[in-house]
Ligand binder design. Sequence first.
Ligand code: NAP
Length: 458
Amino acid sequence: MPELGTDARPLRVAIVGSGPSGFYAAEALLLKSDASVLVDMFDRLPTPYGLVRGGVAPDHPKIKSVIRVYDRIAASDGFSFLGNVFVGRDIHVAELIQHYDALIFACGAETDNPLNLPGEDLPGSHTATEFVGWYNGHPDYTDCTFDLSCDSAVIIGQGNVAVDVARILATPVDALRTTDIAQHALDVLAGSNVKDIYLIGRRGPVQAKFTPPELKELGQLDDCRPVVIPGELEIDPVSQAELDDPAGSKSGKNLNLLREFASRPAGTTSKRCHIRFFNSPVELKGTDRLDTVVLERNRLEGEPFHQRAVGTGLTEELPCGILFRSVGYRGLPIPGVPFDPRTGTFPNREGRIEHSGEAVPGLYAVGWIKRGPSGIIGNNKPDSQETVRALLADSGQLPPCPTPDSAAVRQLLASRGVRVVGYDEWRIIDAAEVERGRPKGKPREKFVRVTDMLAALP
Ligand code: NAP
């Protein structure tokens, strides 16, 4: 039997998921290694790029330009895309390992963390995941409805996703018309009545997770002013110790921005974005639908960088017609792969997936399903490289798969009626979307249903 990773027997790797971490893993395998490797990249949608397409905000087109890098990786010898294939439903892990020597899971963190509060399921209470997927034209969220006829919207959480949601609600709709935002979202946002947007953090300004460039944008919107309560910017000694540490430089920049926001004179903008600290939601109230969120005032306890929010018993009722929980994403299990329900990740060491502390031969993880939902797109590159280093180091010991044949995989999928979409076909969908956007001055009008994507193919 020839050695795996040689021209006589290339190493066959399936990558499950086509977001940034999947593409960086493909790059490390195909363009940055000396081994002879074949990569089949699977995605459950006919469209690639994961959160770059379905998560990055439509008014952040520069961030999306990273797609050009992924296109170059996809053009490498040895790369194939199998879009519209749901691993775990259309084909199972036990079947994939018949045809690939290694599987790399790059399937991200697809769901959201719950708050586990009374009233969380009232109409009007949503997850940020749904809203973001909806305005970005992700087919899973096309049929979601958001009633923006109310005056005030509350967002729980202070990460960059929460800031994205706030900004989309606060931005004058005309400024979104020339982005790739889904038309259905533009129509609803055009009729929005929301004037007061609350970004609620359970801890203080020094602990907020958003990053300075994203916070700064909240202060630069037309016809919306940021509102900060000066008393909430007072810094206790433990938070001051965080600021004095080099690791606190991001927080220092945030604090300067927040102080500048707090010093602005009251204005006459039609919208306001209230950035509030030291408050946790304890109940969502309403009869037929949400109308109030009850917040409990917190104080902080603990060592620098480990401070926890502790309730003080003091509560405040905030009227609110719509609420978005933006308290972090969670990974979902795939049958046949070890899963840690506590962290929502595939347990792993340096990307090698483990069961009861032992590496499972041939199974690897990259990105958010490996490390949890943190970091920006660029963080995925070293993360994926680490996993690929582990995989290549293992390749001498990996049991070669019994049927090293992609045609057999395609036959199996065809026998199940799965319409596999290749990268050239994605290009056709892409061109059709760009064409649909042209008359509106948009970079593209996305297809928001898989059936419409497939109908665009010859
Ligand atoms: P995140 O940065 O982890 O923020 C989650 C927020 O939820 C934190 O403020 C957290 O507060 C809060 N939270 C968690 N549990 C809570 C609870 N039970 N009650 C109240 N608050 C709670 O997550 P994210 O915003 O989903 O972002 C995920 C990653 O994507 C981040 O790395 C982010 O930077 C990145 N991202 C980047 C961009 C960009 O670059 N423009 C855009 C979007 C997302 P604590 O700190 O107290 O836990």
